[in-house]
Design a protein around this ligand. Structure first.
Ligand SMILES: Nc1ncnc2c1ncn2[C@@H]1O[C@H](COP(=O)(O)OP(=O)(O)OP(=O)(O)O)[C@@H](O)[C@H]1O
Ligand SMILES: [Mg+2]
Length: 377
């Protein structure tokens, strides 16, 4: 797969850099760590790293895609088992003996290569994990159960995932759970890692963090990516692209893909920013939809950041002027915490900043419009 293929990468040779992170992931799995977290802002390559790691090791595994819950306000048992079923269906043809183990659970049936959870009997996640463990132990291997974008599980109603993770940790020696998350604060909130009442409080876990690349690395990525097509890109254009897109590998890949179609040009960069804006704004809308009462305030905070009001007190004054009333300290703190926990903003020293360069661009350009639209609701 060339670097500019926008799909998540599958093989180690598809990955630019990330040797260290990949090494850490593989080591953790081989060592038998019960719980591994792969963390990083959006489009930093979490899914790619996960897939490459799993393909390299070739252990039996399922990847539950929790991103499908992103637009939902809450997630039901039926939604959850649908995602589980999809993940298991993908591996049943590859590991035929697995069917015997999962079929033994009450309420689970397998027809051909399709697994089905009975919505009446509601088999538990722990039951499934036990079956995966038995299978792995009978094969003298480990079963990897990955939840991609695991912070979405915070929306589950009526299914206990946290106790199932704790149970796996304590009892299922042949299962490794991997959680990826782009909303790191939210994932921590879900896991309640710092809360003594949490079933996984105090459990050791391995954390792998994916950071954005440095400017030098980002330039190198673009050069190498174009070289795979025999293209030598004009230096000033790729420098401008790195300036605008930062070291975010997802956006750089996106720019590469557009440039292959339209030629390496400022127009291609412009198009990357505009197409990217649509994407990040729809992600922001998903966030705001869940928080309808405060959505205008969230937009105003983001807009304030693009105007250079970046400290706590400057953001507060900006909001108070816009709203023509006082805002309590605790409310502002809570709003900022939510933006931080969901990865929309980051905090450096005493300044807040929009994390994603394209979101920054989009808010600077469309922020005013979005605020007045939001006020109408
Ligand atoms: N190391 C890498 N080398 C080359 N391309 C990469 C690398 N990491 C990620 N990509 C590309 O960047 C984009 C984002 O990657 P990926 O989907 O793996 O990231 P992610 O962190 O899971 O994103 P999201 O937060 O949207 O789930 C994809 O187009 C992928 O092909
Ligand atoms: Mg992903």
């Amino acid at each position: 797969m060339p670097y500019f293929d926008p799909r998540p990468k599958e093989r180690a040779e598809d990955l630019f850099d990330r040797e260290e992170e990949l090494g850490k992931l593989i080591k953790a799995i081989v060592r038998g760590d019960p719980l591994v977290l792969v963390l990083g802002l959006r489009r930093t390559g979490k899914t790619s790293l996960l897939r490459v790691g799993l393909n390299k090791l070739n252990y039996p595994s399922i990847v539950v895609d929790c991103r499908v819950f992103e637009e939902k306000t809450y997630v039901t048992y039926a939604d959850f088992v649908k995602a589980l079923e999809d993940s298991i269906d993908k591996v049943l043809p590859k590991i035929k003996r697995l069917a015997r183990f999962v079929k033994s659970i009450r309420g689970i049936s397998v027809h051909g290569f399709k697994i089905e959870f009975s919505l009446k009997e509601k088999p538990t996640l722990i039951g499934l994990l036990e079956a995966l463990n038995s299978y792995a132990s009978s094969e003298n291997t480990r079963f990897i159960v990955a939840f991609d974008e695991a912070q979405e599980l915070i929306k589950l109603r009526g299914i206990k995932v946290l106790p199932a993770i704790a149970y796996t940790y304590d009892n299922l020696r042949n299962v490794t759970i991997i959680l990826t998350g782009s909303q790191v604060g939210l994932l921590y909130r879900f896991l309640k890692l710092h809360d003594p009442s949490s079933p996984i409080y105090g459990r050791v876990r391995t954390e792998i963090r994916l950071e954005n690349f440095s400017k030098e690395k980002a330039l190198e990525f673009l050069e190498k990516g174009f070289r795979q097509y025999g293209i030598k890109p004009p230096k000033h254009i790729i420098e401008e692209a790195v300036e605008k897109l930062g070291g975010n590998i997802g956006w750089l890949t996106f720019f590469g893909a557009i440039s292959l179609r339209e030629g390496v040009s400022m127009q291609a960069l412009e198009k990357t920013l505009e197409e990217g804006s649509k994407l990040v704004l729809s992600e922001l809308m998903n966030f705001l939809k869940l928080r309808p009462i405060a959505s205008t305030r969230y937009l105003r905070i983001l807009y304030a950041l693009t105007l250079g009001a970046k400290t706590w007190s400057k953001i507060k004054s900006f909001l108070e002027i816009e709203e023509e009333r006082k805002i309590s300290d605790s409310i502002l703190t809570k709003l900022l915490r939510n933006l931080l926990d969901t990865g929309f903003i980051i905090k450096r020293e005493n300044e807040y900043e929009i994390a994603d360069p394209i979101l920054k661009y989009a808010i600077a350009k469309y922020g005013k419009q979005l605020i007045s639209k939001s006020k109408e609701h």
